[in-house]
Design a protein around this ligand. Structure first.
Ligand code: NOJ
Length: 535
C-alpha cells in the first residue's frame, strides 16, 4: 500500500516571520533568524513550517500586500536567504509551505502602477477591477471592505478600483489571462526554489461576479464577517450565505489548474491549503475534492467557547463533513488573525484544548508562540500597525496583539528576540514564558507540546477515525467531560473545576495539568485537564 502523504496528518508550525527572530538587530524578525532557530522548531516535533509572507511589500498589511511575489523584502533578507532556509529545513526533515496571495497585489506592484498611468479602458487596468462611479455619483457598488470603510478608492482620473481589504491592496481581476499566467509563474518559482507547498490567502475570493450589484444590507454583512463580532448565530449564518464576493464557482476552475501544476512536480508531495471561510460550511468540502486542493482551513476552533457541547459539535461536524469528500479536517487554535488561544480561553484551558485536538485525525496547525502559552501582547494604540485599526477609526483594535515577537531568553523584554527595539512592544511579564525558562521546566507548556507532539506521531497519526466515548450524546453525559478513542489511545478532557473519575484501564501517557490518580480500573482526571491513556 502506498504510504500516506506527509501532509495528511501533519503538524504544521506557522511562523510569522516579522516576529520570530531578528538576526540583524533592526527590531524585525527575518529569514536568517528563522534559519537559526530551525533546530528549535524541529525539537517541537512538528513536520512542517508555514511562513506568512516575506515578499517585497510596503507592509501595509503585514506583508499580505505583495509588491513582488517572486522576491524577498529586504526587511527579511534576500532570495539566497530563502533558499538557505528551505535547505536547512529540509536537512532537518521539515517541509516548508509558503503563502501565496492571489486575491490582491499591493498598490506598489508594477502592474498597479502601470494601471494608474495607462488610464481608463486600458489593458493594464483590466488586470484589476476599475469602474466609473454610477451616473448619480455613487460608488460602483455598496460593498464594505473587510477592514472597514468602502471597498472602493478613487484614482486621479476619477475611476474607482475595488479592494476587499485595505486601499493599498487592489483586488486582481482573474478574468484577465495575465493574472493566471503570473500566478503560475509564482507557484513554479517557489516550487523550483524547493518549497513543498502553499497556504492560499483568501482562496475563496479570487473570482468576482456581478461586481456592479449592491448588497441589500452591507453593514450587517460586514459585522457578520468579523469573527469576534457578537451576533446571534442564526442571523450570522444567514448573512454569511449572502456574501457576494466569496466562494463563486469559478474559483474551483483555478484550483483544478493549480492541482495539475502541483502534480507536475511528480517526484514531490506538493500540497496546498486553502484559507476559505465559506458558508454554508459544506461548501468548504469543494476546495478539497480529489482534483483540487489538499486541505482547507477549519476556523471553527478559533472562536469556539471552552464548552463540551460546543466543542463536541464543532469537532464531530468537521470530521463528518470532510468524510463526504474522503478528506481529513484541519485544526487550528490560533493564528496571526485572531486572539491567541491562551488569552481567549485561559492558559490551563488552552493546554487542555491543545492536547485534546492533537489526537484528532487530520493536520494540526500550531501558531508560533502557542507552544509557550503566550498570551496576546498589550499594545498601546500608538504602537498599533494593523490597517483594521486605522480603517475602523480605532473601533476595531485589530490583530497586532496576536503578532507579538517571541520571547527566547533573559529576564526582561525584548527577551533575546532582538538587540534593538522590537517592532511591537513585548511585556516584561513574559519572564517565565521564554523558550529558555520553559525548556528547563519539565512541567512547562513548551515541554507539554514537545511530549504531546511526539506521542501524537507515535500513537495517533494514521490511525483512522475517532470513536466518541463521552460527549453530550455518548456515554455518561457528564456535562464537563469529553472523550474519544483512536487506535490504542483514549483521550479525556475534563472542562470543569472538579476532578472527574472515569472507568478505564491502561497507562497514562500524558496529562495537560494536575496529577491523575489511577487505581482499580479507574482514573481521576484533574480539573481543566486532558489526559491520554494507552490501552
Ligand atoms: C488573510 C490573512 O491571513 C490576513 O492576515 C490578511 O490581512 C488578509 N487575508 C488579506 O490578505
Amino acid at each position: 500500500m502506498k504510504p500516506s502523504p506527509w501532509w495528511k496528518e501533519a503538524t504544521i508550525y506557522q511562523i510569522y516571520p516579522r516576529s520570530f527572530f531578528d538576526s540583524n538587530g533592526d527590531g524585525e524578525g527575518d529569514l536568517p533568524g528563522i534559519t537559526s532557530k530551525l533546530e528549535y522548531v524541529k525539537s517541537l516535533g512538528v513536520d512542517a513550517i508555514w511562513l506568512s509572507p516575506f515578499y517585497t511589500s510596503p507592509n501595509k498589511d503585514g506583508g499580505y500586500d505583495v509588491a513582488d511575489p517572486r522576491d524577498v523584502d529586504p526587511m527579511f533578507g534576500n532570495l539566497s536567504d530563502a533558499k538557505k532556509m528551505i535547505d536547512v529545513a529540509h536537512s532537518l526533515d521539515l517541509r516548508v509551505l509558503v503563502d501565496v496571495v492571489p486575491n490582491h497585489f499591493s498598490d506598489q506592484h508594477v502592474w498597479f502602477q502601470a494601471a494608474l498611468k495607462a488610464g481608463r479602458g486600458s489593458a493594464e487596468r483590466s488586470r484589476f477591477h476599475f469602474y466609473d462611479a454610477n451616473p448619480d455619483g455613487s460608488l460602483p457598488n455598496n460593498w464594505i471592505s473587510l477592514f472597514g470603510g468602502p471597498s472602493w478608492t478613487q484614482v486621479d482620473d476619477g475611476q474607482y478600483y475595488l479592494h476587499l481589504f485595505d486601499s493599498s491592496q487592489p483586488d486582481l481581476n482573474w478574468e484577465s489571462p495575465d493574472v493566471a499566467e503570473d500566478f503560475d509563474k509564482t507557484l513554479r518559482f517557489w516550487l523550483d526554489l524547493g518549497v513543498d507547498g502553499f497556504r492560499i490567502d483568501v482562496a475563496h475570493g479570487l473570482v468576482k461576479e456581478d461586481v456592479l450589484k449592491n448588497h441589500p444590507d452591507p453593514q450587517s454583512l460586514s459585522d457578520a464577517l468579523l469573527l469576534h463580532f457578537p451576533m446571534e448565530q442564526e442571523k450570522r449564518y444567514a448573512l454569511l450565505q449572502t456574501v457576494p464576493f466569496f466562494d463563486r464557482q469559478g474559483v474551483h476552475d483555478i484550483y483544478r489548474k493549480w492541482r495539475t501544476l502541483f502534480d507536475s512536480y511528480a517526484d514531490r508531495d506538493v500540497m496546498a491549503v486553502a484559507e476559505a471561510w465559506v458558508h454554508p460550511p459544506v461548501n468548504a468540502t469543494r476546495y478539497v475534492r480529489p482534483d483540487e486542493l489538499h486541505q482547507v482551513f477549519n476556523f471553527d476552533l478559533l472562536d469556539a467557547p471552552f464548552d463540551a457541547s460546543n466543542l463536541y459539535d464543532v469537532i464531530s461536524r468537521s470530521i463528518e463533513l470532510m468524510k463526504t469528500v474522503d478528506a481529513l479536517p484541519t485544526w487550528a487554535l490560533s493564528n496571526h488573525d485572531s486572539p491567541r488561544v491562551a488569552s481567549r480561553v485561559g492558559e490551563q484551558q488552552s493546554r487542555a484544548l491543545s492536547l485534546f485536538v492533537f489526537g484528532l485525525p487530520g493536520s494540526t496547525y500550531v501558531f508560533a508562540g502557542q507552544e509557550l502559552g503566550l498570551p496576546d501582547g498589550v499594545i498601546p494604540d500608538e504602537s498599533r500597525q494593523d490597517p483594521i485599526y486605522f480603517r475602523s477609526q480605532g473601533t476595531q483594535k485589530g490583530r497586532d496583539g496576536a503578532r507579538v515577537p517571541l520571547p527566547w531568553n533573559g529576564d526582561s523584554a525584548p527577551f533575546g528576540f532582538t538587540s534593538a527595539t522590537p517592532w511591537l512592544p513585548m511585556q516584561n511579564s513574559w519572564k517565565e514564558l521564554t523558550v529558555d525558562k520553559q525548556s528547563a521546566d519539565p512541567k512547562s507548556s513548551l515541554n507539554l507540546y514537545r511530549n504531546a507532539l511526539n506521542l501524537r506521531a507515535e500513537h495517533l497519526v494514521n490511525n483512522g477515525n475517532i470513536e466518541w466515548i463521552e460527549s453530550p450524546v455518548h456515554g455518561s453525559k457528564n456535562q464537563a467531560l469529553l472523550a474519544y478513542r483512536r487506535g490504542d489511545v483514549s483521550i479525556f478532557m475534563n472542562l470543569g473545576d472538579s476532578a472527574i473519575e472515569v472507568e478505564v484501564t491502561g497507562k497514562v501517557l500524558i496529562v495537560s495539568a494536575g496529577i491523575p490518580d489511577g487505581r482499580d480500573g479507574k482514573i481521576t482526571i484533574p480539573p481543566v485537564s486532558t489526559l491520554w491513556v494507552h490501552h
